[in-house]
Design a protein around this ligand. Structure first.
Ligand SMILES: O=C(O)c1cc(=O)[nH]c(=O)n1[C@@H]1O[C@H](COP(=O)(O)O)[C@@H](O)[C@H]1O
Length: 224
């Protein structure tokens, strides 16, 4: 089994992104590029990062009407990212059209409920019930729409995996027991996420903000 850690390269600085990816490349299975990077550098930046030779997860969390999302996904298809995110709450038609427009080799995964939110935040958006139930509902929707998997926290991945054994489960909000949580609310350790059935761990600041990112990535791998 390959390394399931994707390092979140959250920076608008292309040189820093390259340097970070190169430093940790032997201890991660891929790199995740998100809005911060993509807004600054677009497809050319993604291509520049692809040259490092690691699989690229393009995390744009697309969420709009079906036609707009499908056209955006179509525009991204030449980049053939290993993984691409859309928001599950965009609804079934949006999810189906996103999957149909993606490069055939791209896993399209649906973000369920952001790991920076808790039950109280959910209630404030007008959704009653627990984060757990909300994630499970959105996971069913993603499966029915033909997506490859979902993004959820380590607290829900076990149930989601049981309900969808062939799904691909991306887990962010990963922290070592003594690590700073920052803006994340639903966090688990790397080991707990893997034991619960995560297919991929997304880890950003615990690696990228460490004094020695390479050593930090190596230390996390050692816990798995
Ligand atoms: O889709 C994601 O990757 C994602 C979904 C989610 O619910 N929570 C979440 O934190 N992420 C991303 O995962 C990364 C987490 O970064 P750290 O909190 O620094 O480890 C960031 O790049 C987020 O954009």
């Amino acid at each position: 089994m390959g390394n399931r850690i994707f390092v979140a390269i959250d920076t608008p600085d292309l040189e820093r992104a390259r340097l970070l990816a190169q430093r940790v490349r032997h201890h991660v299975g891929g790199i995740k590029l998100g809005l911060e990077f993509f807004c600054a550098h677009g497809p050319a930046g993604v291509r520049a990062m692809e040259e490092i030779g690691l699989p690229v997860f393009l995390d744009l969390k697309l969420h709009d009407i079906p036609n707009t999302v499908a056209k955006a996904v179509q525009s991204l298809a030449p980049l053939a990212p290993a993984v691409l995110t859309v928001h599950a709450s965009g609804g079934r038609a949006m999810l189906e059209d996103a999957k149909a427009a993606a490069h055939p080799s791209t896993k399209v995964v649906a973000v369920t409920m952001l790991t920076s939110l808790d039950d109280g935040d959910l209630a404030a958006t007008g959704v009653s019930g627990s984060a757990h139930d909300h994630v499970l509902r959105l996971s069913d929707l993603a499966r029915e729409a033909g997506l490859d998997g979902i993004v959820c926290s380590g607290a829900e991945v076990k149930s989601a995996h049981q309900a969808w054994p062939k799904g691909y489960f991306v887990v962010p909000g990963v922290r070592l027991a003594d690590g700073a949580v920052g803006d994340q609310k639903r966090v688990v350790t790397p080991r707990a996420a893997i034991d619960a059935g995560a297919s991929m761990l997304v880890i950003g600041r615990p690696i990228t903000q460490a004094e020695d990112p390479d050593a930090a990535a190596r230390a996390i791998v050692a816990t798995l």
